[in-house]
Design a binder for this molecule. Structure first.
Ligand code: SF4
Length: 184
């Protein structure tokens, strides 16, 4: 008796760059759909796993913009390994809240926080080689790599993320109807 080969599960990776993890929290808000998702996909690198590097994946979900050299490295790794790359939330799409520092002088910001604030035990801007180099500006991810889809919102709702993912996993072009679109 011949058996029908099982369709391989899609692999999904997620990461947070310069973001607050609020978009990941919204992802967790898909609630009971996680059981369906677990039947359809396997997770690669993600805060949900302990995998340190992104391997070959079908879908990469990126939360957060790009504020330092490590963000650039991680984003390029995702782009190289993910067939479809998705910018999730305002920070990934336009820099979001972290990009508010773009109007300020970075050096002055660092001095204000680390060098001249009362109560700091060892005043001075941290300068450890382990720390990723800050970029002058916070960038949306599409300024660094090609992005296939954008899910707006701060954060997008769990319902929007589920609708998007279920379309993509089923091989449909993802469509978010008006009620699911958020721009705040
Ligand atoms: Fe957080 Fe909003 Fe940015 Fe998502 S878009 S990472 S919720 S600040």
């Amino acid at each position: 008796m011949s058996t029908v080969p099982m369709k391989p599960r899609l692999r999904i990776a997620t990461t947070s760059l310069a973001g607050c993890f609020g978009c990941h929290m919204s992802f967790l808000d898909i609630d009971e759909h996680f059981f369906e998702l677990a039947e359809l996909v396997e997770f690669d690198r993600s805060p949900l796993t302990d995998i340190k590097h992104c391997g070959p994946c079908d879908i990469g979900l990126i939360e957060g913009g790009v504020c330092n050299a490590e963000n650039v490295h991680v984003l390029r790794e995702f782009r190289a390994h993910c067939k479809t790359l998705v910018a999730v939330g305002a920070c990934a799409i336009n820099g979001g809240l972290p990009a508010q520092r773009n109007h300020l002088d970075l050096d002055a910001c660092l001095r204000e926080v680390y060098a001249s604030r009362e109560g700091m035990q060892t005043p001075g801007v941290p300068n450890d080689p382990e720390l990723p180099l800050l970029l002058d500006k916070v960038h949306p991810i599409h300024e660094i790599v090609r992005v296939d889809y954008f899910i707006p919102g701060c954060p997008p709702s769990g319902e929007a993320i589920w609708k998007f993912l279920s379309d993509l996993i089923a091989g449909r072009t993802p469509r978010l109807y008006r009620e699911l679109l958020r721009f705040d």
